[in-house]
Design a protein around this ligand. Sequence first.
Ligand SMILES: C[S@@+](CC[C@H](N)C(=O)[O-])C[C@H]1O[C@@H](n2cnc3c(N)ncnc32)[C@H](O)[C@@H]1O
Length: 182
Amino acid sequence: MKVLVACEYSGEVRRAFAALGHDAWSCDLLPSEDGSRNHYQGDVFDIIDDGWDIMIAHPPCTHLAVSGARWFKDKQVEQAEALEFVQRLLDADIPKIALENPVSIISSRIRKPEQIIQPWQFGHGETKKTCLWLKNLPLLVPTDIVEGREQRVWKMGPSENRWKERSRTFTGIAQAMAQQWG
Ligand SMILES: C[S@@+](CC[C@H](N)C(=O)[O-])C[C@H]1O[C@@H](n2cnc3c(N)ncnc32)[C@H](O)[C@@H]1O
């Protein structure tokens, strides 16, 4: 399958699909962290019409996440732009689409997610509610329910790369996506 992983700098989901033999590409404004050649550095809408079979999209949540609700009144323009970005991704002419975001105003302003998953359902002892908006894809089945319920990523101290660590897709979730949707 020809797989587009939109808004991914880490390569987590791309590598999971590639490991199963798919022609998987990531795309981000940033370079890919792993230096892969299967990465387009630029705007996802430059390549969105290139005949993909499936797209997994991780759009920025900075202006959408409910955890930032106290700033909402000061960023209505940014919010409108972020919602339009999400809507354009959901409207892409690609047969199968999964769009991932934390609990966010996408639910009230566009539509409710098909599914909410947690890292602890996929082998990581952490909580981080992750919403999935799905087109022509089944709900993701938990692969490895573990005990831990830490909030490691949210507790991380301030650092230059904090946002990257907070937004990186969990490997277990990436592998489940590839195994079940690939
Ligand atoms: C929340 S992060 C997702 C990170 C992802 N989960 C990963 O593991 O790499 C959102 C990403 O969207 C990227 N982005 C923002 N606008 C974009 C655009 N127009 N085209 C492609 N990527 C974009 C940002 O650079 C950022 O890396």
